[in-house]
Design a protein around this ligand. Structure first.
Ligand SMILES: Cc1cc2nc3c(=O)[nH]c(=O)nc-3n(C[C@H](O)[C@H](O)[C@H](O)COP(=O)(O)O)c2cc1C
Length: 282
C-alpha cells in the first residue's frame, strides 16, 4: 500500500498523517495505543486533568508511542500534571484552549514536540512564536470546545500564516475524503475526534457510540450545554448524550433536560446564563 508522506508523518515518525484528538476521558490509553499501532498518532485526552486517570492510561498505552493532550487553562491550575507527563518523555504534548507560554519551554526542554490546537490566526501566530512544532487548525465543525471559524476556510489561512509549521486540520473530518480535502487545503494531515469516539477501543459508553453511528448530521446541535453541565456536575465524563429542551436566551433561565451517560438518569437543571455568554467565552 502506498503511504502518504507529509511533514507531519516525518516529524512524528508515523505512517499515516492521522492524529487522534485528545478527547477528554474518551481518548484513553487503549484507544491512543490502537491509533499509534495502526500507524497514526494517538494522543491521550488528559482534558481537565485527573492525575490517577492519566497515570493509569499512560500505563495502559504500554510501549505504544503516544502523546498526551491537555485543556491548557485547566492544567495550568495544576502544573504538576504536566510534570508527571513529562517525566515519561512523551513524543508530543498537545495544548488546547489557553495560554501556551508558561508551558511551551518546559515541554520542549524534555524533547517532546509541542502541538498547539488553535481556533484563530492570532492564536496560531502566538503558538508559533512560542515554539509550536505542529499547529492543529480547529474549525467550528469540531466536536468539543471550539470557536467560530469553519474548517475549510480556516485551514488554508493557518497554512498561509505559518508556512514553516506542519498543520493538521480538525473539525468534521471522518474519512479519507476529509483527509484528502485537508491535504488539498495545504494541511499536512488531520486530527480526528468524533469518528474515533465511535470506535470499539474508545472509552466512551456504548450508548453514546451508538448515537454517533446512528445519528444524522442534520441533528447536530452546537450549544453551551455541555459546558454548563460540566460546571454543574463537575466531571466532563458525565456526558450529555442529548438534550430535550433548551431555551437559550441571554440573561434568561435555561432549562436543560439531559440524559447522563454516567448516571443513566435524567436530570433537570436550571442555570442562569449571564448576559453575553457565548461559546466564544467558554
Ligand atoms: C467528546 C470530545 C471531547 C473532546 N475533548 C477535548 C479535550 O479534552 N481536549 C482537546 O484539546 N480537544 C478536545 N476535543 C476536540 C478535539 O481536539 C478536536 O478538535 C475535534 O474532535 C475535531 O473534530 P471532530 O470531532 O469533528 O473530529 C474533544 C472532542 C470531542 C468530540
Amino acid at each position: 500500500m502506498e503511504r502518504l508522506s507529509t511533514r507531519l508523518t516525518e516529524l512524528l515518525r508515523i505512517q499515516h498523517p492521522i492524529l487522534l484528538a485528545p478527547m477528554d476521558v474518551v481518548a484513553d490509553g487503549r484507544l491512543a495505543a490502537a491509533v499509534s499501532r495502526a500507524g497514526g498518532f494517538g494522543i491521550i485526552g488528559g482534558g481537565y486533568g485527573d492525575e490517577t486517570w492519566l497515570a493509569r492510561e499512560m500505563d495502559a498505552a504500554g510501549d505504544a508511542r503516544v502523546g498526551v493532550g491537555f485543556i491548557t487553562w485547566s492544567m495550568a491550575r495544576r502544573p504538576k500534571l504536566l510534570d508527571m507527563v513529562l517525566e515519561r518523555r512523551p513524543p508530543a504534548v498537545m495544548l488546547s484552549f489557553g495560554d501556551v507560554r508558561p508551558h511551551a519551554h518546559k515541554i520542549k526542554s524534555v524533547g517532546s514536540l509541542l502541538i498547539c490546537q488553535v481556533q484563530t490566526l492570532e492564536q496560531a501566530k502566538d503558538a508559533v512564536a512560542n515554539g509550536a512544532d505542529v499547529l492543529v487548525a480547529q474549525g467550528a465543525e469540531a466536536g468539543g470546545h471550539g470557536i467560530s471559524r469553519a474548517t475549510f476556510p480556516f485551514v488554508p489561512a493557518v497554512v498561509d500564516q505559518a508556512p514553516d509549521t506542519p498543520v493538521a486540520a480538525a473539525g468534521g473530518i471522518a474519512d479519507g475524503r476529509g483527509l484528502a480535502a485537508a491535504l488539498m487545503l495545504g494541511a499536512d494531515g488531520v486530527l480526528v475526534g468524533t469518528r474515533f469516539y465511535a470506535s470499539q477501543e474508545a472509552a466512551g459508553v456504548q450508548s453514546a457510540k451508538n448515537r454517533i453511528v446512528t445519528g444524522k448530521g442534520d441533528r447536530t446541535i452546537r450549544s453551551i450545554l455541555f459546558v454548563l453541565h460540566v460546571k454543574t456536575y463537575g466531571r466532563p465524563h458525565i456526558v450529555v448524550a442529548y438534550c430535550r429542551t433548551i431555551f437559550p436566551r441571554n440573561g434568561a433561565v435555561v432549562r436543560l433536560t439531559c440524559s447522563s451517560t454516567k448516571r443513566k438518569s435524567r436530570r433537570d437543571t436550571r442555570r442562569r446564563v449571564p448576559r453575553g455568554t457565548s461559546t466564544r467565552l467558554l
